[in-house]
Design a protein around this ligand. Structure first.
Ligand code: J7C
Length: 413
């Protein structure tokens, strides 16, 4: 009886921060500002709630405790997205130079436009997060679209306008200043092109803006570029990085500095290493795609938590230091049967500015050829800092319960 009473916690009132569309009959559809009652916090991600007499699951991160003032609400959202800071970083040339000088990236997008130039004739295109406008200019110069809407939220947009004029594309390209979420287009578009990918594919979560724009502005049957994306993982060695950051403390200048190793673990291995270039000999098994996104069907709510499984069959013995991750994106052809274009950021392709992401284990493990490393990866979007995520890896060796590990890596919060 006492146990039952403990289960009967009183319902709590929450306010909806972001609208969410339920995807099946036991998920509630909720609108920003709705007040609902949470009856049970079933998991940290999904709560059982009631809105106007209807019960269903809602994503917990979409809710805010208690009633909030309109102004506070806006401040808090801005803060959580760090939009101001985010768009400021794209207001100067530094990142645009990095993206434009990345030939694999920029030329992959150009190839998509060249390969599809005939089909783009008289089509309406949206270039979301156009930056300096390169894709819009490629479109206008290499194909004959009816219109290209180039949308950019950072202050770079003033220069984009000038570049469009300078390259005599102003008849076709209309530059729109603002967030894709807020701008109005005069018409729906046939093609939505965007370069939204961040480290480990999802970091920055610009993909959310792309999905919201798709649902609002892409006509029925329109094309998303990229059309799909995959996150790839491989167990690897990272001898050099391990030596530099961890083994270093064993005997510097003939002294024992190992008491600093716990600090080193926290400082260098708790978060992933961005900008890692995996050496060809470092992989312990053939890489595998662990998460695949279809850009035509993916929903914003799916981004809260993505999970993938893996089973790697090692091809050599060595030291298992961690996992390396990278992504690929694919651009379907507008023509029936046309070849897709791939942009692959992995170690077997031309290096890109994303490079790869390395997740170091706390301790290296010796492994043998023919061992199996199985497990799962979970990408959890931060409920507060919406551009950040935590990557959790679970693994076991040969399915043995005594050789298992789990580690969560915040990126960055
Ligand atoms: N609306 C308009 N521009 C955006 C948005 C948005 N919601 N999100 C990102 N951008 C712009 C940003 O200012 C920058 O120029 C580019 O898109 C980011 C590209 N980042 C990436 N990781 N590919």
């Amino acid at each position: 009886m006492e146990d039952e009473l403990e289960d009967l916690v009183p319902p709590e009132e929450y306010v909806v921060r972001w609208s969410f569309t339920g995807r099946c009959s036991d998920e509630l559809s909720i609108n920003k500002g709705d007040q609902l009652m949470v009856h049970a916090k079933i998991t940290p991600e999904w709560w059982w709630a009631e809105l106007r007499g209807v019960f269903g699951y809602v994503p917990a991160s979409y809710l805010h405790h208690g009633v909030i003032e309109e102004e506070d609400e806006e401040d808090e959202e801005e803060d959580a997205w760090q939009d101001e800071e985010y768009y400021l970083t794209y207001g100067t040339l530094n990142l645009h130079l990095e993206m434009l000088s990345d030939k694999s990236r920029t030329e992959a997008y150009r190839r998509v436009i060249v390969n599809n130039s005939a089909s783009l004739h008289r089509k309406v295109v949206m270039d979301l997060g156009c930056g300096t406008g390169i894709m819009s200019l490629f479109c206008a110069q290499l194909a004959q679209p009816a219109a290209v809407y180039a949308v950019e939220a950072s202050s770079m947009v003033q220069h984009t306008r000038e570049l469009v004029k300078q390259n005599a594309c102003e008849e076709v390209v209309t530059v729109l200043q603002g967030r894709a979420e807020d701008i109005q287009l005069p018409e729906q578009v046939d093609v939505l092109v965007s370069e939204w990918m961040g480290n480990c594919l999802l970091f920055e979560f610009m993909v959310e803006s792309v999905l919201l724009a798709r649902d609002r502005w892409l006509r029925e049957g329109g094309m998303m570029w990229p059309s799909s994306a995959a996150l790839t993982l491989v167990p690897c060695q990272a001898r050099r990085y391990y030596a530099e950051k961890m083994a270093f403390w064993e005997n510097p200048y003939g002294l024992d500095f190992t008491p600093l190793q716990p600090l080193a673990l926290e400082e260098f291995f708790a978060k992933p290493k961005f900008s890692h270039l995996m050496e060809p000999g470092d992989r312990l098994a053939p890489p595998a795609d662990v998460i695949c996104l279809d850009m035509h069907t993916l929903q914003v709510a799916d981004l809260e938590e993505m999970q993938g499984e893996f089973q790697f069959h090692l091809e050599k013995s060595g030291v298992f230091h961690g996992f390396t991750a990278w992504f690929s994106v694919y651009f379907k052809s507008l023509e029936e049967g046309g070849a897709p274009v791939e942009l692959n950021t992995g170690p077997d392709s031309e290096p890109t500015h994303w490079k790869q992401t390395l997740f170091m284990l706390d301790e290296p493990v010796s492994v043998n050829a023919a061992d199996r490393i199985g497990g799962s990866i979970i990408l959890r979007r931060n409920p507060t800092w919406r551009r950040h995520l935590t990557v959790t890896l679970h693994w076991d060796i040969n399915g043995r319960t005594q050789e298992v590990g789990t580690k969560s890596f915040p990126m960055w919060r």
